[in-house]
Design a protein around this ligand. Structure first.
Ligand code: NAG
Ligand code: NAG
Length: 197
């Protein structure tokens, strides 16, 4: 009996050693786009252009234009719907969903570096930059935001290939104010190697 348990534990351990399913991670963005028609109502139009960094194929520079007609602040909430890529092919919708209240505070707590880089790349219709959260109704332009800036304080996640619907809501009316769709991969974190000469 004890041997059987030990064998099972060994099997689980070798399996998780060769193929961990979750843990410390790196995030790579493959594509960012508008949410498809019908995903949120009203449709949220956003023009996005991604330019690959020729010196680092994991990095892309994002350029975007969009207009928000409602203020985004701590009364707004955010929902991340994760579709996961299944080994058999195809997307499994809503593999999991993360919901956050208090948009600006959550962004600053969960992904401070990302939101600061985003704010630096952001300008409003009067060409004021950076524009910090909360964001008033206006037309915004994102210029040259590096996707490698996308990092979070969440210590461990599941590894895989994801299609994420990032939706920002008015908490009171539950109507969508903004939406975008991000294709990303999470892979086991490669520690920074110190080189010594
Ligand atoms: C955003 O708008 C500016 C000014 O009209 C334009 O030059 C730029 O190409 C647009 N960017 C995208 C990604 O559509
Ligand atoms: C975007 O940023 C990168 C690195 O900071 C820089 O090399 C590149 O010239 C910038 N591109 C534009 C269009 O500003």
């Amino acid at each position: 009996m004890a041997l059987r348990v030990l064998l099972i534990m060994l099997t689980i351990q070798t399996w998780s050693l060769s193929e961990p399913i979750a843990g410390p991670y790196d995030v790579f963005i493959d594509q960012v786009g508008e949410c498809p028609q019908g995903l949120v109502d009203p449709f949220f139009p956003v023009k996005i252009r991604l330019v690959r960094n020729r010196h680092n194929h994991n990095d892309m520079f994002a350029f975007a234009n969009y207009t928000i007609i409602e203020r985004l602040d701590d009364s707004s909430s955010m929902r991340l719907e994760f579709g996961s890529w299944s080994s058999g092919g195809g997307w499994k919708e809503n593999a999991f969903i993360m919901k956050f209240q208090r948009l600006c505070s959550t962004l600053h707590n969960l992904a401070p570096r990302t939101v600061q880089a985003l704010e630096r790349s952001l300008s409003n219709s009067k060409n004021v930059s950076p524009v910090t959260c909360p964001w008033n109704p206006d037309t915004y332009q994102i210029t040259n935001f590096s996707t490698l800036e996308i990092k979070s304080n969440v210590p461990a996640v599941f590894y895989g290939k994801w299609r994420i619907n990032l939706i920002i809501f008015n908490s009171k009316t539950q109507t969508a104010i903004a939406c975008c769709r991000v294709y990303a991969r999470t892979t086991p974190k490669i520690p920074l190697v110190k080189t010594s000469n």
